[in-house]
Write a protein that binds this ligand. Structure first.
Ligand SMILES: *Cc1c(COP(=O)(O)O)cnc(C)c1O
Length: 356
């Protein structure tokens, strides 16, 4: 029996980057590879994106930057955490650029030797970043011009949100203060806004990995991730029989159950469970959509495979949890979360296969 297998389609990843790069041109298209490239594996993804033409990468942590650097010796790599206290030497040693987020970071970076760095301004999230009113002081304290001035959208996946225009206006104002410095505000969804807020550089993450950057329209991206999980056992139960911890799902008809080798320890959220109160997430058994029934447990999930073709419901056969039938967006939404959390939570126990 094959183990539960996570297949990462690097050709689709490259095609997705190419599509976003073409859309954003003449702005440059970077690639966000934080959180282990959204669960897809930082080294193989960086190498594939590098081969397709990406020259600028963003990670969250210093440790991720060091891994990305090993995979792309010549690339420009920004660290979104900025300068954590005392990390200047380690950043410079790996030729990483911090996206400096506050005056104390700028002062420490300059005092510890400086070097290429971005300035990150907060235009509405109240998370990381300098206030736009600090721009003059920030430029003066940095000494040398920043290599990038950036901000981040809070609602770009909602095309009609007034937040977008408000943030773009605040960012436009920074343009006049930071003359001759490349600017960047758009994440994946920002690349699909009709006002094209591309400036000099766009920073897609989710869409590269097949997530839908336009949640109210069909997904323009190619799926990158497929997850196939083997059936460990099948059983037939009678109407009124219950399934899983606390018996939260009751069979309404004679039902054929398939039990598969994945659970919440593999990153399948308990929110995907099927109970009397809420239908379970659907998966594909022999091409037929079948719901999860009962609670997702640590290592196991039960599926109502009654309507699937008989030859697909056998011990050792594979069930598709993610793939062409059900993608990361649907899986996330029906689990009460988002596709981002499904991707970045993908477990360590899967056998990983890279295709290109
Ligand atoms: C994560 C992140 C991105 C990428 O966002 P997606 O929605 O995944 O495209 C871009 N910029 C910053 C600052 C981020 O934190």
């Amino acid at each position: 029996m094959t183990a539960a297998t996570l297949t990462i389609d690097l050709a689709a990843l490259r095609a997705n980057w190419r599509k976003l790069a073409d859309k954003a041109a003449p702005a440059e298209c970077a690639a966000v590879v934080k959180a282990d490239a959204y669960g897809c594996g930082i080294e193989p993804c960086v190498r594939a994106l590098r081969a397709e033409g990406a020259r600028v990468f963003f990670v969250a942590r210093l440790s991720e930057g060091i891994r990305a650097r090993a995979a792309a010796p010549e690339a420009v790599i920004y660290v979104l955490d900025g300068l954590t206290p005392g990390s200047g030497g380690a950043l410079r040693a790996a030729k990483l650029r911090p996206t400096l987020c506050s005056m104390p970071e700028i002062v420490e970076w300059a005092a510890s030797g400086g070097g290429p760095a971005a300035l990150h301004f907060d235009t509405g999230m109240n998370r990381l970043g300098l206030a736009p009113s600090e721009a003059g002081a920030a430029l003066a304290a940095l000494g040398a011009p920043p290599t990038l001035v950036m901000s981040h959208f809070i609602s770009s996946e909602i095309a009609g949100s007034p937040d977008n225009a408000r943030q773009i206006e605040a960012f436009e104002h920074l343009r006049s203060i930071c003359e001759n410095v490349p600017l960047s505000i758009s994440n994946s969804s920002g690349i699909f806004l009709s006002c094209k807020p591309f400036f000099h550089l766009v920073r897609p993450g989710y869409a590269l990995y097949g997530g839908n950057p336009t949640p109210d329209a069909p997904n323009p991206m190619r799926p990158v991730v497929a997850l196939d999980v083997p059936i460990l056992q099948t059983r037939r139960i009678e109407p009124g029989d219950r399934v899983g911890y606390n018996g939260q799902w009751t069979a309404p008809r004679p039902t054929r159950i398939a039990v598969i080798a994945a659970g919440y320890a593999d990153g399948i959220p308990r929110g995907a469970s099927g109970t009397g109160a809420r239908p379970g997430v659907e998966v594909a058994v022999g091409g037929k959509r079948c719901p999860i029934v009962g609670r997702v447990s640590m290592d196991l999930i039960a599926i109502d495979a009654t309507d699937a073709p008989d030859d697909a419901v056998t011990r050792g056969a594979s069930v598709e949890l993610l793939g062409a039938t059900v993608g990361v967006d649907e899986f996330g939404e029906r689990s009460g979360t988002i596709g981002y959390e499904i991707l970045t939570g993908l477990g360590r126990r899967y056998e990983r296969v890279y295709r290109d």
